[in-house]
Design a protein around this ligand. Structure first.
Ligand code: LUB
Length: 220
């Protein structure tokens, strides 16, 4: 009964090694089930939105019982929170990869936004997280604060470029970062509504060309 361990933070955090083989297999199964439920919740929230999805819908999509969903998540709000946290975890991985690529600062900004565009196009977890953020006032639970992480990361790189003379002196790095994040947000939403996200990479490339022409936007 009470053998299933507490669920790990995310799909990528699989917890500590088990002491007994039996416990290990149960833990592996629990982690797998939690991942299936989280993926199903992402699918449901991305396609139907928070208000109309039920825990029963998520259980059916995951191919598990409602009880199995409730073992890992207290309610629909907890599912939404976990999906939103996984969304920011995935965005954080993109940011970390761009940082580690050691690009010139304007190239890093372009790479960050282009990679993020591709994730919005291809990853259901990302699409779900973005939709939940739009619906945040309808969700009776705290979601992570949106937009600020990207604004801060982009401000950092634009500040470096500005200090190195790679941007006109009149450019305000923080204001330009807000413009880029706002434009990205608008473009991903428009691309979703108008084209089911098929053109999101092109739309984000044209934002980069317009706002930071000194970056090699969309060349990647
Ligand atoms: C990103 C969204 C959508 C910004 O919170 C966030 O950072 C974001 C939330 O809906 O886009 C990506 C520049």
């Amino acid at each position: 009964m009470a053998v299933e361990p507490s669920a790990p933070r995310s799909l990528h955090d699989r917890g500590t090694a088990p002491r007994h083989r039996d416990t290990g297999l149960k833990q592996q199964r629990a982690v797998r089930t939690r991942g299936q439920v989280l993926d199903a919740a992402a699918e449901a929230f991305a396609t139907r939105g928070f208000p109309t999805v039920t825990v029963q819908d998520v259980a059916e999509l995951a191919g598990v019982t409602k009880g199995a969903v409730y073992f890992h998540f207290a309610n629909k709000e907890a599912l939404a929170q976990a999906v939103a946290e996984e969304f920011y975890h995935l965005l954080g991985v993109i940011g970390q990869e761009v940082k580690e690529a050691d690009l010139a600062p304007l190239e890093a900004v372009a790479e960050l936004l282009m990679r993020t565009a591709v994730a919005f196009r291809d990853e259901t977890m990302v699409q779900a997280g973005a939709r939940l953020q739009i619906e945040r006032s309808l969700i009776g639970a705290e979601l992570p604060m949106p937009y600020l992480g990207y604004t801060q990361a982009v401000t950092g790189w634009l500040g470096q470029a500005h200090a190195a003379g790679q941007l006109p002196a009149s450019v305000d790095p923080e204001a330009t970062a807000r413009v880029l994040v706002s434009a990205f947000f608008g473009a991903q939403h428009m691309s979703w509504v108008l084209n089911d996200r098929a053109d999101i990479a092109e739309r984000v490339a044209e934002i980069l060309t317009a706002v930071v022409p000194a970056a090699s936007a969309g060349k990647a």
